[in-house]
Design a protein around this ligand. Structure first.
Ligand code: TXA
Ligand code: MG
Length: 351
């Protein structure tokens, strides 16, 4: 397939001819990769089952893993999902923005788009390019992250081109994604409590500040026991995993250094993700280890922004092992914790 790359710099309306071309591809049932404020999305007409099917093939995604439908305004989800009071409270506080809400679906959403579930995931992104594309298309756009299934979500056009060239009709290059981790996903339960299914930039305490009770799904922090059904199907799949094994180290810097030096069975070609504040000391104490600067210890947003790019970069080298500090389980760090335990296939070493 021939893939057109449309680069949009600056004002979105300045390239409306290109965006109209993109919208026509969506209307005809084709695939367009577009930027959002979280990560790039691989989009198709959410109301067209054949178009949704093409998303699964382009990504190599299992058919039971449902897609998020993206709308230009929160109320535009009305024909596709049952929107109650809690949805509008969440919308008022966080939309447009990096929040996805799980709602009861209407049958206007093909079963293919929802991975066969009775519910549907709705998100109204804040990215202007994304919203303009959805408006011009006149339909909600179903879009998972635009990576090949199993590799880290793409946060730059370069990542998308590496994964999707020749697999989609168009790639819209809108520069680096602002946030760099995927949206926070919450389910609204029948009693209007919320269940956090995937942590992101919007944190549990920001959600509770709305007055809602928020609980955290088991699969956010732990490995699901064998046989348990995942509340969000995506959580049961291996994710974000670089080719080299990742090991999370839970301890202070001193213990981490000793562990890495003494870990002889790991092979010689070692890498470590580290906090900016530790880079200089580690470069002296671990001269043989390839160091990635994850960002500042005190700036979880910066680290979220860099994580997927670092994991992709790590894949270009053939490391025997990649060490990383275990993130905390609060605030935006919870999103990093959730992504990193998956990258590490839950291998955490308590030091
Ligand atoms: O930031 C984002 O959310 C990005 C951008 C492109 O919008 N999208 C994204 O989509 O991360 P994806 O498909 O990579 O992740 C969506 C997750 C999957 O784990 C899927 O299982 C879950 O949402 N999901 C979708 N529909 C669901 C539903 N009805 N019930 C529970 N989980 C659902
Ligand atoms: Mg994804």
């Amino acid at each position: 397939m021939n893939t057109e790359i449309l680069k949009i710099v600056g004002d979105v309306t300045a390239d409306s001819a290109g965006l109209r071309r993109a919208a026509n591809i969506i209307k005809r049932g084709g695939l367009v990769v577009f930027p959002t404020e979280t990560v790039y999305g691989l989009g198709a007409d959410a109301t067209n089952a054949e178009a949704a099917d093409k998303i699964y093939s382009a990504k190599g995604r299992p058919a039971d893993n449902p897609l998020i439908i993206h709308v230009a305004r929160p109320e535009d989800a009305e024909p596709y999902a049952v929107l109650g009071d809690m949805y509008y409270r969440l919308a008022e506080a966080f939309m447009p923005g990096p929040l996805t809400v799980i709602l009861t679906a209407r049958d206007t959403v093909p079963s293919k788009t929802r991975g066969g579930l009775p519910t549907v995931a709705v998100r109204c992104p804040s990215s202007k390019i994304a919203r303009e594309l959805i408006s011009l298309s006149g339909v909600p756009i179903a879009a998972p992250s635009a990576n090949l299934s199993g590799s880290p979500s793409p946060t730059s056009a370069r990542h998308v081109i590496d994964d999707m060239m020749g697999r989609v009709d168009m790639i819209i290059d809108g520069g680096d994604a602002d946030i760099g981790v995927e949206s926070t996903i919450v389910r609204i339960n029948p009693d209007d409590t919320l269940t956090l299914l995937r942590p992101g930039k919007i944190t549990p305490s920001e959600l509770s500040a709305l007055g809602a009770k928020v609980d955290i799904s088991d699969a956010v922090l732990d490995k699901l026991p064998e046989g348990q059904v995942a509340e969000s199907p995506g959580m049961k799949y291996r994710h974000y995993a670089p080719k080299a094994p990742v090991v999370l180290l839970d301890g202070d810097l001193e213990k981490i250094v000793k562990y890495i030096i003494n870990d002889e069975k790991a092979g010689h070609n070692k890498a470590a993700l580290c906090y900016t504040e530790d880079m200089e000391e580690l470069s002296h104490r671990l001269p043989e280890v390839y160091l990635f600067d994850l960002g500042s210890r005190s700036d979880a947003l910066e680290r979220a922004h860099r994580l997927f790019g670092s994991l992709r970069e790590a894949d270009k080298h053939s490391f025997d092992i990649i060490y990383a500090p275990l993130p905390e389980k609060c605030g935006v760090d919870l999103a990093l914790y959730n992504r990193m335990i998956r990258a590490a296939a839950h291998k955490i070493i308590k030091l």
